[in-house]
Design a protein around this ligand. Structure first.
Ligand code: PGA
Length: 244
């Protein structure tokens, strides 16, 4: 199972170093899990220096250009140079708070893949869209547009994160996760040659108490974990409850 922690805008470099050091010490029992932390850009150097081989890491956002007059943005080339193996793209907070569109998502996916940084493309419906029974339509649209420039010879991951389940404590049901992941898998098989096995993570209020059950759902390769990835005990709790 993949357990990817999304720290969002939490932790300073000092706190990051401390957390990663403790996580490394604790990891031996769960070493078959694939552990990834997605950290603020300002913590990348601290994490790179501490992570070792077992903990993979990445960023949470990047621009699609490698350099230019884009004040405040992160370069995908620099992310790669800092050892980032991954970068989140199109997280719902980026879409809602920073007006990131599917077209931007597509450009970011293309440029990260060029740098051999694996994009983790986040998709998911809002509560209103689910109530209007538009979930499948929204997922297919986000896939089609967000992966419009994907290179099928290079890796990418997907994360299904229903917006209404993020940071709310309200987790999608096993049935809802199963249905959404099946829609995503079917779309991938049909549209991206050779990517039938691309990992699809679930994200949205994942914690130790619900991860074990969700881990058994078909097409769930792992989790994108926000709140529960910030404290060592809660992150380890998720890792342990999903160890197979
Ligand atoms: P959460 O966040 O686990 O706190 O709901 C998930 C995410 O935003 O990736």
């Amino acid at each position: 199972m993949i357990c990817a922690g999304n720290w969002k805008m939490h932790k300073s470099p000092t706190q990051a170093r401390q957390f990663i050091t403790q996580l490394k010490e604790a990891l031996s029992e769960t070493e078959r899990q694939e552990v990834v932390v997605l950290v603020p850009a300002l913590c990348l150097e601290a994490v790179q220096q501490t992570a070792g081989k077992q903990i993979k890491f990445g960023g949470q956002n990047s621009h699609w250009e490698n350099s230019g007059a884009f004040t405040g943005e992160n370069s995908p080339q620099t992310l790669a140079e800092m050892g980032a193996g991954f970068c989140l793209v199109g997280h719902s907070e980026r879409r809602q708070l920073f007006h990131e569109t599917d077209t931007m998502v597509a450009a970011k996916v293309r440029s990260l893949q060029k740098q051999n940084v694996i994009p983790i493309v986040c998709i998911g419906e809002t509560l209103e869209e689910r109530r209007q029974e538009k979930t499948v339509e929204v997922l297919r649209r986000q896939l089609e547009r967000g992966l419009a420039e994907v290179n099928s010879d290079r890796k990418f991951w997907l994360a299904y994160e229903p917006v209404w389940a993020i940071g709310t404590g309200e987790v999608a049901t096993v049935r809802q996760v199963e249905e959404a992941h099946q829609v995503i898998r079917d779309w991938l098989v049909r549209h991206v040659p050779g990517q039938g096995q691309t990992p699809i993570l679930y994200g949205g209020s994942v914690k130790a108490a619900n991860a074990g059950e969700l881990a058994k759902v078909p097409n769930v390769a792992g989790f994108l974990i926000g709140g529960a990835s910030l404290e060592l005990d809660s992150f380890l709790g998720v890792l342990r409850s999903t160890a197979k």
